[in-house]
Design a protein around this ligand. Sequence first.
Ligand SMILES: Cc1ncc(C[n+]2csc(CCOP(=O)(O)OP(=O)(O)O)c2C)c(N)n1
Ligand SMILES: [Mg+2]
Length: 663
Amino acid sequence: MDIKALEKVALSVRSLSMDAVQAANSGHPGLPLGCAELGAYLYGEALRHDPSDPTWIDRDRFVLSAGHGSMFLYSLLHLSGYGLKLEDIKRFRQVGSPCAGHPEYGQAPGIETTTGPLGQGLANAVGMAIAEAMLAARFNTAKRTIIDHRTWVLAGDGCLMEGVASEASSLAGHLKLGKLIVFYDSNRITIDGSTDLAFSEDVAKRYEAYGWKVSHGDMYDFLGLERLVAQARSSTGPDADKPKLIILKSLIGKGAPTKQGTAGVHGSALGEEEVAKAKAGLGIPAGEKFWVAPEARAYFEARRPVFAAARTAWKTEFDSWKAENPKLAEELADFLAGKPRKALDLPAFAVGEKLATRAASGKCLAAVAAAWPNLVGGSADLTGPNVTELPEGGAFGPSNRAGRMLHFGVREHAMAAIANGISLHGGLRPFVATFLTFVDYLKPSLRLAALMKQPVVYVLTHDSIYLGEDGPTHQPIEQLASIRAIPNVRLLRPADAAETAVAWRMAMERTDGPTVLALSRQNLPVFEKDDPEWPYTMGLGAYVVRNTAEEPEIVVAASGSEVSLALAAVEKLGGKSGCTTVRIVSVPSRELFFAQPETVRRAMLGERARVVVAEAGVAMGWERIAKSEDIFSIERFGESGPGADVAKHLGFTSEALAALISR
Ligand SMILES: Cc1ncc(C[n+]2csc(CCOP(=O)(O)OP(=O)(O)O)c2C)c(N)n1
Ligand SMILES: [Mg+2]
């Protein structure tokens, strides 16, 4: 370790960070200034990576959980050779710049995830560590190791306060993810001031209680960092299988002469005067902007062959592994490409058969898991009710790394964040499950899956008031609307078992964002569909279930269980004049349907028909295709009681719908 050179790297991180934030007159200098030494050590010495190949599958992952300190990451990605240009850094926080306010996944090579909401990064990293362990178990052989990397995190006081990080850390300890190493930038400052205001627990004891190995050090002592990292890396001894928390005492904004150590340096530009004084104090040439120490450039230049050698050594091992295990190699290639290993053989459901869409989903899941052996996931302690038991592989745990089922415990938020981490890691396709109403406990992570275009599948069951006795806390009302409000989330609410099978296929074929399957607790009949092409038409978001000979006068658009309700309502109207001109359209995906061209929507909703909508939730959004008075919705919280009684109590019955239709 060349400490002198690393000091120059740290100095360059400080220089770039101060100037970038000053130029944007916005950003967070506190963390990059306060953690520059750790950054230099990580990117120069600790990480097993090769900046010339940011997608190398066996690279170490680094996650900046304290994402506000994004200049820390951008500086280091630039200095270490990830292809981020100085010009990009000069455009920090400008529209279209890869150097966004917070490091966004996909915007620049080397950014493993986006971590605007504090705590997420740490939870994502738990997912990455799980993915590493799973892939290692499935692909390493007795003779050769091709998956063997670490997941590193830099987290701050904020991350350590967030519930999602606590949930994820608790699970990480339980799962004995020994290759997860978290640095805690313990500067005891957040935006409001000292952590004494709101954060006085003993974090070390808490993490020890989670089953982590905790150690302490000084952010600015390279030899100390080297020693701590060597211990954390050790794969022998009693702590080998414990995740590591390395608590580093630090000074926020170190180097800013009057502002360091204060909340004032956390999230605003230092000001020209303070920058000038800081540069003078640190030994950065006066008047230079975006200055990089020549020794820092030379250091990374010299490290380049070392980085490349690590990957080349891996490649040699990988090539031998591939030659010895051609089938396994094919499988890994499919895992990484997200391709099924065999044709998807979904179960068939007969018209008239009655089963809940969650039960149908359970049957489909078995077929999906057989076609995609890289599908892994599970439920937040609702495996039975969500019907998400995987038939093969068993539960992932310390003694079964090849397990495909994840028991997340009652930790919805961490579950979804971990799934994002698994997906971002690459090679595996995650699904998660809970009750639809509890989507609110995981929504920040669902939002990030959508933002980062991660194809996580959400199995959210008990999708309406029809779940019955658990009462209003468990009965979703506004959740469908709230999920639909998130851009790039595909919500599918299948109306029967047959639609559920198609929904699973659509979910698995999606590659650029998450899919939510909203599934019923109650049994629903499999109904006949007038559109013979319906499994394909469903890809448009809607299709015709019951058609009319003539141009319809009324079109009932419904989703999920309300398609059966509409069928029953129209049947009730049977014989009365007009009912033969009622068309019923199933709308499993409102977003997809609304995104269709006008001609497609007209073809389903009719040229001049009155559109009636039926859905067991708030009307919000349906106004686009129906008048408010024609939307059969629920605008209040539910009620406890048997499902059918609750529906009656709320006036949400086929009789009431029939009355609305014939009004
Ligand atoms: C979920 C979430 N809540 C609030 C914020 C706004 N925020 C950004 S940084 C920060 C304080 C973080 O303090 P710390 O992690 O100690 O960072 P430091 O000030 O030491 O750089 C807050 C509240 C956020 N980014 N995410
Ligand atoms: Mg802090």
